[in-house]
Design a protein around this ligand. Sequence first.
Ligand code: 3HC
Length: 654
Amino acid sequence: MSQTFSDTVSARLDGGVLVVTIDNPPVNAASADMRTGLAGALSHASMADKIVAVVITGAGKTFVGGADIREFGAPPVGPLLPEVVAAIEASDKPVVAAINGAALGGGLEIGLACHHRIVSAGAKLGLPEVKLGIVPGAGGTQRLPRLAGLAAATELIAAGRLVAAAEALALGIVDAVAEGDPVGEAVAAARRLAGHSPRRTGALAVPSADPVVVEQAGVRVLAKARGQQAPVEAIRLVRAAATLPFEQGLAEERATFLRLRDSTEAKALRHIFFAERAAAKVAGLDGVEARPVRTIAVIGLGLMGSGIAVAVLDAGYNVIGVEQTPEAAENGRQRIAGLFDRAVKSGRLDAEGRAARLARLAATAVMEEVAGAELVIEAVFDDLAVKTALFERLDAIAAPHAVLATNTSYLDPDQLAAVTARPERVLGLHFFSPANIMRLVEVVRCGKTAPDVLATGLAVAKRLGKLPVVTGATEGFIGNRVFSAYRREAEFLVEDGALPHEIDAAMEAWGFAMGPFAVFDLAGLEIAWARRKRQAATRDPSARYVDIADRLCEAGRFGQKSGRGWYAHAGGKRQVDPEVTALIETSRAAKGIVVRAIPADEIVSRLLAAMAAEGRALLDEGIAARASDIDLVMINGYGFPAHKGGPMFVAGMG
Ligand code: 3HC
């Protein structure tokens, strides 16, 4: 007989053990109803004589995915999660967590307050709150150090790193990894523990630790935190666990949680969390099935193509890598093997995994072999004549049902689709370099792309572990269109009086890891130069045009690769180059521009406004489906700081 405590919490009695199940799809979040139900179940257990112990578990594949993030915008509603968690820990009858799947944030905090934890082998555990700009708010910063020690807790909480079951066991976060059904094993453990006084995490002492090791853990995390508040606060709270009485530590944690929850940083990161989920919902694809894909041909095994091949092999597909000559194919194979070698060296891959991936790769100079692929991704030189010729050829060779994808950055994929007899099976898959690392893929819906073909592009990108964002076909798609507007405004600023290093300093102080000119130099100046030359004939002569970048390229300054660009580069460092400053001054003078000092806040606001205005245009043209898609592209492809929420969010359009 099962008993109901709320819409989302029910329980059944299993020989004296009350097995409480949280069933709040999709991720069993700790909503107000769930908290009410859980509190009710605990109070029932404490009063019913026939109940000797309690097991808490989740329905489906998640234990508890955390606090309900959708409630964060509103005032908290009781019972609060810390109160429920405190009731679990205070229970006189043993409470065992049967962690059947992901236990994240508030979910793990529920687990940490239980007196015993059994986890299924595939579960992931963690306190990823910092990724939402907050700290744990239900005891995580005070209980985790008591189980895992200060150094591990610092790293896990301040970096928001998740751990698998085996590591959780090794760190002392859980007591056992279930061999079979975690609920059955938890019930058995609960029976064993019944009648004994429970082991309360909050009553444990924080294990003593070498202060240097703890300090180093914090330093490592902060090196990547780039001015964000939450990791700093998380480190402080974990350390407080060792110095403050437990209750005081909890109070400090809760106050910090509430303060951060309402910060702009947290709002921005919540926006990104929901933006990522929204991007997966594409109009017109409801109920549309992706086509089956097992083998993917990658044409061109240069830097981009080999990165794509690695991502595709990592995801378990077979790859046919095509190059123009057998030597180039062999070089491509070696480049791919080299990337796997690096993964082995850094411990991300083992030798067996490397061998299995390479066994799924066929590198060839025989184009006809693409006939064996269900999806062909071309990553050859970004030139319309080259790509058009290739698409005509691919159309003749590829299997009739196969999907053809272009990785072009700037060309119009509709023009490529038009030279084939299968325009409905053509789309763009715009990867970012290095393609095996970068998460973003712009999935370009061409004029005639069929819904199941778009769904196939999305499904493949998802299986590669990427973040796919759908864009319409336009020169530069979403990202390069916005980035071009950013570049244009940055160059206007230079003409108006700011020097590149001043602009970079302003943007870096605001939150970018690299300012625009450092990025231009890193990416190389020649592609934009070639584009400007291509567009020269059709450019509106009355539109403002800055020619400084052209002068740099004419002087052989192509960026970091050539040692010189907007900066002089030596020994991995960028330096202001007087030659560039002179060139800028000459150019300004030639146009008769009256130079003025531009303050950092004006630099930042002009650059952000330029991005947002281009984003607005993309929405008006129907190229981007929603403002939040633009934010995702700029954050994941162009280094826009995630904790600022993206250019549209900053402009109040997110
Ligand atoms: N609150 C509310 N909704 C949530 C949620 C949460 N904590 N976690 C996920 N969801 C929603 C998503 O928005 C999505 O909704 P949609 O279908 O309407 O778009 C749906 O659940 C499914 O989410 P995913 O697409 O992410 O599903 P996956 O199966 O890929 O992943 C997951 C599941 C691993 C649980 C993942 O959703 C996740 O990482 N969630 C966030 C975990 C997290 O950050 N928890 C901490 C919250 S803060 C907290 O707990 C504070 C506490 O200390 C007091």
